[in-house]
Design a protein around this ligand. Structure first.
Ligand code: SF4
Length: 850
């Protein structure tokens, strides 16, 4: 039974701020710190990963920005930041914009957005650029995430929605093929759908250069070389043709362009593809036969396949295979892409991209310009033409673009060839950043504006399924932090365009609906009330009476002739093939306990306990060649720079590939190494493959030292003016001695019902000694039963935390270090399982006694 809430607190149903799964949570706030428990929302069904569990930690973080910052010497970005009022900061921003546009023209001011902005903020940012600034120079970091899959889907289907079916369909699939996707680490609650599929006999296949946690759960792991996924898809299609597995009836009725694709894949005979990819012919045959023979089969691609200089064609190759097997638009089957960022989907629908207007209308289309201009109350001729894509915009800084306004994006860490981008940011005459924390990008700014976090703002997000959901405000932002919607409305007003803008998210959403009406991503029939009542609404939803569209393409494709388009695509070699100087392939990606550029997750104490330092993965053979042992410090070198990591030596990675996580900046910036070669259609950089050299630097150290200064950007000396920080939730001193304590073991369980928990084992008890105190650090659990069970952390007879452990699943939950367990406290673990369910439970509760 939960501890009774204080009378001042209230509980709000909202969503995790991080990835596109947008897990439902119930957030209780009033008395800080806020607390959360998972909600039974359709995407997470009561599950959360460690990022979601720890999300409230950052709301009261002592490093939260609470007042605007400007430079003590205006124009000198080596001078200290000093706090100022919003009034004074906005005066500086407006003067900077006016000065630069007067000197260099409207396009000299650029805007850069983020995939974490709400739909309302993303929509308003696109409008702000085109109406208030009248600049063509706007793009966003989703260009680095989803754009290749979006480009391929638009080309093949006439529409881009990450999953064209609800996530629940994945749990019903007989065969699931994941290409370059690792949900076990990136969105763990989604694994319950894979588990559900396998429990009823479904088969899972994974293509990945690493034997990830997802790959380990698969029937077969195809360990392809990074950058060869297109060849693999064409090879599978070659086999399908040769074996007579193509669904000719479907192809004839619902597609165009098949003859050219059939001819092109003839060149991808299995032995050739095995040489290109490293995937054995027998494995390829097994996958094709499984996909073709299944009633319900789904192919999902993600960043591993898409973040290449031919990412659009690679996604197209997997679409070609799916079309040839008749999967797309068949209930329970299809192709989809797993969106990464929290609002990566909605963020790319409503005008944040350089070439788009709301509703996926194209900026270059006269009819689209006329429609949107009418909604905005401006002359279509005044709307700028399409601008530069994200990396091209960043690369133009200091040349054609002299000022940049950045919302919720840390490009100094997340952009490819990051040190070049840092250099371009330094070349700017004027940089304004709005963020929650002083990110690596904000550190370079003239003006830093403090923005509200997820629990402090209202709006909508669109999750990986295309389901529009509500982000609900539960508490006020700290200090003077503001919602970005209010920032844009205020700034537009000061620039003389205030009549066109609102700070009220519901008003903005209603306008977004009108602007998107008749477009591909039509939100016209969606209201906040409907979203509340229906657990989200799937777009397109053109009228209030329309039920929304959970499944797309069932009858026709939104192309002029209603048919999907095959497109013949060819494998191209790596932009940077390994050579004598850089003999290996570097691939980058995410780890479970960090998120994107790490602006938030690196500041989380709980997550830092799980993933405290950037670790590069190396195969034992590669490590042995260079005398590298596990935990040694290694230096990775590409043609762009160097970065240092702690080594993880593991046979889970190919011997010719090195993996580095991209969540860190400075001396461990993986993106300081990556290649900015761009896909010709999506303008996606080649994050996932470049040539790299490896060298041992030294033995294990607590802190990874920075590379030589010559390979680093010049560090700024930041002297923030004194201010009263938020009260930290804990005090720490390195002098305290601590002793680890554990409640661990494997126990048989018999369920009495989910509402009737009982002790896991009477002996499983820890009493904090008199005069000491303790804190819980983490919980890990495993469940051998075929049902979801709950483990409760009970203190002095009262449940204080509960942990769902999925059927035949496991969990690892870092615990917030916020509450002392004083001497005499008694800690036990209880379990609740459905009545009659039997099996074994593994528990491991880690505590520290001080
Ligand atoms: Fe948040 Fe994790 Fe759910 Fe993603 S999977 S929404 S990060 S809790």
């Amino acid at each position: 039974m939960p501890t009774p809430a204080s009378p001042r607190s209230r509980t709000t149903q909202t969503h995790c701020p991080y990835c596109a799964l947008q897990c439902g949570i119930a957030l209780t706030a009033g008395d800080r710190p806020a607390t959360l428990v998972p909600a039974d929302f359709p995407t997470n069904r009561g599950g959360l990963c460690s990022k979601g569990w720890s999300a409230t930690e950052l709301l009261d973080h002592p490093e939260r920005l609470t007042r605007p910052l400007v430079r003590s010497t205006p124009g000198d970005r080596t001078s200290a930041f000093v706090e100022t009022s919003w009034e004074a900061a906005m005066d500086v921003v407006v003067a900077g914009i006016r000065r630069i546009q007067a000197a260099h023209g409207r396009d000299a001011v650029g805007c850069f957005g983020g995939g974490g902005l709400t739909n309302e903020q993303a929509y308003q940012f696109g409008k702000f650029a085109r109406v208030a600034l009248r600049t063509s120079q706007i793009d966003y970091n989703g260009r680095f995430c989803m754009s290749s899959a979006a480009g391929a889907a638009n080309r093949a289907f006439g529409l881009d929605r990450g999953l064209p079916f609800p996530l629940a369909d994945v749990g019903e699939a007989d065969v699931l093929l994941l290409v370059g996707s690792n949900p076990a680490d990136t969105m763990p609650p989604a694994m319950q759908y894979l588990d559900a599929s396998r429990e009823k006999g479904g088969r899972l296949f994974v293509v990945d250069p690493r034997r990830t946690a997802t790959a380990r759960a698969a029937e077969l792991h195809l360990q392809a070389l990074p950058g060869t996924d297109l060849a693999l898809a064409n090879g599978l299609l070659h086999i399908a043709v040769a074996e007579g597995l193509v669904d000719e009836q479907y192809v004839a009725a619902r597609t165009t362009g098949w003859d050219a694709v059939r001819a092109s894949v003839q060149a991808y005979w299995p032995d050739r593809v095995e040489r290109l990819t490293g995937v054995p012919v027998a494995a390829m045959r097994r996958v094709v036969l499984a996909l073709a023979g299944a009633d319900k089969a789904i192919v999902l691609t993600a960043r591993g396949a898409e973040q290449h200089r031919n990412g659009t064609d690679t996604a197209q190759a997997w679409i070609n295979l799916s079309l040839a097997l008749g999967l797309v638009g068949r209930p329970g089957s299809g192709w989809g892409t797993v969106t990464g960022q929290g609002n990566g989907q909605g963020g790319r629908e409503h005008g944040q991209k350089a070439d788009q207007l709301p509703g996926y209308r194209m900026l270059a289309d006269p009819a689209a310009r006329a429609h949107v201009a009418a909604v905005w109350g401006v002359d279509p001729a005044d709307l700028p033409q399409p601008g530069r894509s994200a990396f091209e915009l960043l690369d133009a800084l200091g040349r054609d673009v002299h000022a940049l306004l950045v919302l919720a994006s840390n490009v100094a860490v997340s952009a490819p060839d990051a040190r070049r981008v840092v250099s371009r940011l330094r070349d700017l005459q004027f940089l304004v950043v709005s963020d929650f924390f002083l990110s690596e990008t904000a550190e370079l700014a003239d003006v830093v504006l403090p923005s509200a976090m997820w629990a402090e703002e209202d709006g909508t997000m669109t999750n990986l399924e295309g389901r529009v959901i509500r982000r609900r405000k539960t508490l006020d932002p700290p200090g003077e932090a503001r919602d970005d919607l209010a920032l844009m409305a205020d700034l537009a007003d000061r620039l003389g365009a205030g009549a066109h803008f609102s700070a009220d998210p519901q008003t903005v959403f209603a306008e977004l609906g009108r602007a998107s009406a008749g477009g591909k991503a039509d939100y016209a029939g969606i209201t906040w009330d409907r979203v509340d009542a229906e657990q989200g609404v799937f777009w397109p939803c053109p009228t209030p009476e329309h039920p929304g569209t959970p499944r797309l393409f069932l009858d026709r494709f939104p192309t002029p002739d209603g048919r999907a388009r095959f497109v013949a695509v060819e494998h191209v070699g790596a932009h940077e093939p390994p050579d004598a100087e850089h003999p290996y392939v570097l691939t980058t990606g995410r780890v479970m306990a960090q998120y994107q550029s790490g602006t938030q997750s690196r500041r989380s104490r709980s997550l830092a306990m799980v993933a405290p330092a950037p670790r590069a993965e190396l195969h034992p053979d590669l490590a042995a060649q260079h005398g590298i042992a596990h935990d040694d410090v290694v230096e990775l070198t590409t043609r762009r720079g160097k970065a240092r990591f702690t080594a993880t030596v593991t046979d889970a990675i190919r011997p010719d590939v090195v993996f580095a996580p991209f969540h860190w900046g400075g001396g461990s910036s993986a993106n300081a190494l990556t290649d900015a070669a761009l896909d010709p259609i999506s303008r996606m950089p080649a994050f996932k493959t470049c040539a790299v050299a490896v060298a041992r630097v030294g033995g294990p150290v607590e802190q990874v030292p920075a590379p030589a200064p010559s390979s680093q950007p010049v560090p700024l000396v930041l002297r923030t003016a004194p201010r009263t920080p938020l009260t930290p939730t804990r005090r720490r001193t390195a002098a305290v001695k601590s002793t680890p304590r554990f409640l661990q073991g494997v126990y048989p369980i018999t369920g009495d019902g989910l509402s009737k928990p009982g002790p896991v084992d009477p002996a499983l008890t820890y009493t904090v000694p008199a005069g000491a105190s303790a804190q819980a650090l983490y919980f890990r659990g495993g469940n051998s039963t075929g049902e979801l069970v709950y483990v409760l952390l009970v203190r002095d007879g009262e449940p204080v935390r509960w942990f769902p452990v999925g059927a035949k699943g496991d969990v690892h939950v870092p615990l917030r270090v916020v509450e002392d367990l004083p001497g005499g406290s008694v800690v036990t673990l209880h379990v609740a399982a459905p009545e009659g369910v039997t099996g074994e439970l593994v528990v491991d509760l880690g505590l520290v006694e001080v």
